[in-house]
Ligand binder design. Structure first.
Ligand code: SAM
Length: 219
């Protein structure tokens, strides 16, 4: 795994036990309540593949009406926290590298996909190939929802640098005193929609104060 992606994975592994503190930020509560309520209605009766589920904060809401929900993450230690929650019966967990969707096997079919706060961590040169690989796993007419953070100066970690590919980075500290440079991108609606390519329809961008939600169907 390239070092930027490996560093990100290591950072979230070390943060897993208290990752959900980010969901207690007071200024984000109105967005979180509205998004969670909306998400619950997006996957009714569908077989959903969730990428990078982490501690399952969104899983709990998104899976409410799904017929099957496969929550995946690179690190089992992060979704162990999700597994300890009272999840809908439709939810199953599996360790999976988001860049190795081929490991799902040909018998695994999905008509929906979801990723929360994952898009922002995909290096820009990998974004379109990753989306193509995801869409290739989905049936025609699949429902897809991505959501992620907007950059809000009063709430977000400052951007510490940008690289030649246009990626932005943050310098983040953990409770153990360690410091980690984490790739974190904040796309405009135009950039995000352009990255989807031509094989999608009914694309919608919803901007909240602290988050964005991109939803669409595969053609
Ligand atoms: C920002 S957290 C998002 C967690 C959760 N989706 C949420 O929104 O609360 C990023 C997650 O990506 C996972 N991750 C890092 N690299 C990954 C990879 N290559 N494949 C799958 N998951 C990965 C981390 O373990 C972490 O749980």
């Amino acid at each position: 795994m390239p070092s930027v992606e490996a560093g990100m994975a290591e950072y979230y592994l070390r943060r897993a036990a208290y990752y959900e503190r980010v969901y207690f930020k007071p200024e984000r509560q109105p967005d979180l309540r509205a998004m969670a309520a909306w998400l619950a209605g997006q996957f009714s009766g569908r077989r959903v593949l969730e990428i990078a589920c982490g501690t399952g904060w969104w899983t709990l809401h998104g899976a409410a009406g799904a017929s099957h929900w496969l929550a995946t993450d690179l690190n089992p230690a992060t979704f162990a926290i999700a597994q300890a929650k009272a999840m809908p019966a439709s939810v199953a967990f599996r360790a999976l590298d988001a860049y190795r969707l081929d490991e799902l096997g040909p018998d695994q079919h999905f008509d929906a996909a979801f990723a929360g706060c994952w898009w922002s961590h995909v290096p820009l040169p990998r974004l379109r190939p990753w989306l193509d690989a995801l869409h290739a796993r989905l049936r025609p007419g699949a429902r897809v929802v991505m959501l992620d953070n907007r950059f809000v100066p009063t709430s977000s970690t400052p951007i510490s640098r940008r690289d030649v590919a246009g990626n932005s980075y943050q310098q983040r500290s953990l409770d153990d005193g360690s410091s980690h440079e984490v790739l974190k991108n904040f796309p405009s609606p135009e950039q995000a929609i352009a990255a989807l390519g031509p094989g999608v329809r009914d694309v919608q961008w919803q901007a909240y104060a602290h988050y964005w939600v991109l939803s669409y169907f595969t053609a």
